[in-house]
Write a protein that binds this ligand. Sequence first.
Ligand code: SF4
Ligand code: SF4
Length: 139
Amino acid sequence: MPPRKIVLRFPPQVVDKPLIYHLVKDYELMVNVLKANVNPYKEGFMVMELVGEPDKYEQGLNFLKEQGIRIDYLSEDIVRNIDRCTHCGACTSICPSGALYVSRPSMEVIFEDEKCVVCGVCLKTCPVKAIEVNFNGKQ
Ligand code: SF4
Ligand code: SF4
């Protein structure tokens, strides 16, 4: 199976569990963590590529779901519609990775997609829906 990018969203009670260890050891999956933000006692997320035999792959994902982890499949990253963006700055205060920030002195809102960890928080915050994401190739 080719590498598949997935986004894992962790509830606070599982952030300290050795989930990657189990994916590798119990399900023989190859894990390539691309981005992560995991802190004790807080919700966390991780973007990773996961490769393995189809049966083991599904079993590994089921294991994660049983731990309460939400899984989204990622084929595209976050995109900002620059024509729609009003540079209001609302997204910059909630972006955990610094991918969205205000450039001074122009006060223009900049989006650096290489810093984006695809947490999705900005999607709900933008008042004009200038930020979009493709999951499984569909918006
Ligand atoms: S999805 Fe939005 S809020 Fe989350 S890291 Fe990317 S730009 Fe920032
Ligand atoms: S919240 Fe939306 S409109 Fe405001 S700066 Fe961010 S992307 Fe632009």
